[in-house]
Design a protein around this ligand. Sequence first.
Ligand SMILES: *[C@@H]1O[C@H](CO)[C@@H](O)[C@H](O)[C@H]1NC(C)=O
Ligand SMILES: *[C@@H]1O[C@H](CO)[C@@H](O)[C@H](O)[C@H]1NC(C)=O
Ligand SMILES: *[C@@H]1O[C@H](CO)[C@@H](O)[C@H](O)[C@H]1NC(C)=O
Ligand SMILES: *[C@@H]1O[C@H](CO)[C@@H](O)[C@H](O)[C@H]1NC(C)=O
Ligand SMILES: *[C@@H]1O[C@H](CO)[C@@H](O)[C@H](O)[C@H]1NC(C)=O
Length: 555
Amino acid sequence: MEISAFWVVGICFLLVDHGVHASHNTNRNLQATYQPYRTAYHFQPPKNWMNDPNGPMYHKGLYHLFYQYNPYGAVWGNITWAHSVSYDLVNWVHIDHAISPSQPSDINGCWSGSTTILPGEKPTILYTGIGTKNRQVQNLAMPKNLSDPLLREWIKSPYNPLMTPIDGIDPDFFRDPTTAWQGPDKIWRVIVGSQINGHGTAILYRSKDFVNWTRSDNPLHSSVKTEMWECPDFFPVGISSTNGVDTSSQDKYTKHVLKASFNHHDYYILGSYMPEKDKFSVETDFMDSTGMDLRYDYGKFYASKTFFDSAMKRRILWGWINESDSESDDIKKGWSGLQSGRLKKSRNYGPRTVSFHAKKLKSGSTIEVPGITASQADVEVSFELLNLEEAELMDPSWTDPQLLCSQKKASVRGKLGPFGLLVFATKDLTEQTAIYFRIFRRKDKYIVLMCSDQSRSSVREGLDKTTYGAFIDMDPRHENITLRSLIDHSIVESFGGEGRACITARVYPKLAIHKQAYLFAFNHGTSHVKISRLNAWTMENAQIVSTKKRRKPHV
Ligand SMILES: *[C@@H]1O[C@H](CO)[C@@H](O)[C@H](O)[C@H]1NC(C)=O
Ligand SMILES: *[C@@H]1O[C@H](CO)[C@@H](O)[C@H](O)[C@H]1NC(C)=O
Ligand SMILES: *[C@@H]1O[C@H](CO)[C@@H](O)[C@H](O)[C@H]1NC(C)=O
Ligand SMILES: *[C@@H]1O[C@H](CO)[C@@H](O)[C@H](O)[C@H]1NC(C)=O
Ligand SMILES: *[C@@H]1O[C@H](CO)[C@@H](O)[C@H](O)[C@H]1NC(C)=O
């Protein structure tokens, strides 16, 4: 599937510039001393619970990110829209909350939604309100003062709620409106996630004026193989260009992606969308036995949302990265949740970098990658396979990559693999998170398995240490196998095969923190492989500050 390969590359790898500006922030360093798991270059509020990214947008030179937030604690509850702004998607300023519960249509929570920029550069928010009797409805909010460049204050429409759970919609399963798009007939369309008769559904609404919305007789899409769809996303992607396209654009050089969040993952499908009839014809469907079970990420990554960055002609993906520790750990830390912005690399990170070329990684060897801050790094490695014919035979029953990775953990020797990286490792390897590949052969085809093994990530108990896995759609006869890992104190995001498969893991090492964290390349296969190149950079801290008075770091 050529197009899906393109798309996966697009989503994980080609999207954005990751220009981390070197900035020394004593406050954050101090915080890191007490808080080994707080991140240095991933988005986090100063404290408390965060989940879904909401309504990300680019407006008049500024990036906005809203997100689900509990102002009162490190556990889910009292959900409001917090708001942060940035010039570069790396350094952020937290400003006042954009929307908080205040009226009958949202008094029990302001849940997820999206922004749409209406003609005249007028942003609007559509969000789910949890109303009286905990009924889910869709509401509208607009900036109070369009001349305020930060768009600090938002006012709710007097017409709220605009969409209500009537005519067979379950009031518990009606949420997360997408960015709206306009058809050639100038009518706005939006979808809302739902479950109807037990099946995941994208309910379609249309409106001429963005206030009076009429439900379409047919949903945009639904699936008997899934339950509730949360946080749907629907947007075009170019098939002949790597540029992103505006959500309303429509031409023969685009296909449409439909993403839905269920079963703890973000799944997507591709198809052709005809706005005249609002018909979405899919190529493969969700949980299709012939399909490839396409996910944005095969580890921890949920409730994501994209937006079109008109300045850079790119589509940017944000996703909520949940914790893997316990609720009582989160209360102790004083926070829960990270955001992952999927960004393309640029090279001027930190001062310390290391690289090597054409280094043999012998069977059974583990070599240290020295000279960087291994708890806060970006690593790129490319493996050259010397003896492909030595690959183990693939059993046809091995269809579940996650299960295969959990049976063939990093400690299980193989032939061609496991080889890869050990991150957040102690010098003696007591603690280690292994990101690795195994190559299998079936008839004249080769299969590349990518794994992220957290089973030895921490000597601490009570953590979720699930092993994750994905098959990579590539032919190792024609290209070397690349791996890029972004390491940031308690998160490692790994992109295999030029980003065709992504796996994000949360880990909480007890020993491999700060300067005690090391990075290694390893090969536990019986066959030698070669590192054709390896580059590693120390990442600088992003500046993430609050306009409000800073509190002392939580100890
Ligand atoms: C929600 O906020 C109220 C105070 O307004 C607080 O008493 C309550 O504990 C909060 N709930 C959560 C889950 O944070
Ligand atoms: C709107 O924002 C602009 C720019 O910040 C400010 O000068 C103006 O006074 C604001 N208008 C109102 C009515 O608050
Ligand atoms: C809302 O839109 C529908 C369909 O276009 C129309 O029939 C109806 O009259 C509109 N209602 C209002 C209050 O404008
Ligand atoms: C988030 O992580 C916690 C702790 O591992 C888990 O209990 C919870 O189910 C997760 N939530 C989602 C929506 O994945
Ligand atoms: C792997 O990389 C090496 C060094 O860059 C190159 O010579 C070789 O052709 C590559 N192999 C494949 C299959 O692309």
